[in-house]
Design a protein. Structure first.
Length: 203
């Protein structure tokens, strides 16, 4: 998993509440277990008409938000079913940070496991950041996970908090497999001991 230390880029304002995982990645596109290729169908029904043409009013179909790395969204982002394809689609599109006032628990956990930083801020802070992102001339934000700060283009930084273990994992690019591999010496030692004492298990 790619490390997350700092991120600077275009922030897209998606000022809607209760954006569920079926809106993020409709069930039609859950027929793959690959993590790549899903960015093109991120927010599929919100981004595209039935004939495949773009809906010009949708924020990610507008410049400069086509290249957004940060997504600002309303309360309860990622609610609905627990599909891990939702963070996969966001990541494949290029979004590595989502900022909201609250997240659905399963989606929130899935983000960390896939290298996406979900940041919770207050309603007042989100309104300020939405205002920054809505300025198409300069919708850039910078996120620093080491200092736990969101740096605005013109204004004071917004501080955020995050669980220290999750912060450690993102800073070091550790998903569940990476965490397991850190203990490979102990795993090898256990297998060697078990093979000696219970060889029939390895026949």
């Amino acid at each position: 998993m790619e490390k997350f230390v700092t991120l600077s880029g275009v922030a897209a304002p998606m000022n809607a509440i209760n954006i569920d995982t079926d809106q993020i990645i409709p069930k039609l596109h859950l027929r793959t277990i690959k993590r790549t290729g899903l960015g093109k169908v991120l927010f599929d029904e919100l981004r595209f008409n039935t004939d495949g043409s773009e809906k010009p009013e949708f924020v990610l179909n507008q410049e400069p938000y086509r290249n957004a790395k940060i997504l600002l969204a309303g309360d309860n982002f990622g609610c609905g079913s627990s599909r891990e394809h939702a963070p996969w689609a966001l990541l494949d599109f290029g979004i590595r940070c989502v900022i909201s006032t609250s997240f659905a628990d399963i989606f929130y956990n899935n983000c960390f496991k896939n290298g996406i930083l979900p940041i919770t801020v207050s309603k007042e802070e989100l309104d300020v950041l939405m205002g920054d992102a809505s300025d198409k001339e300069n919708p850039q934000l910078s996120v620093d996970l080491q200092t736990m700060e969101i740096r605005r283009p013109n204004g004071p930084v917004v501080k955020f908090e995050i669980d220290e273990f999750r912060r450690h994992c993102l800073l070091n690019g550790l998903d569940d497999i990476g965490l397991t591999l850190q203990k490979v010496d102990k795993i090898d030692a256990f297998e060697a001991q078990q093979k000696a004492s219970q060889p029939w298990l390895y026949i």
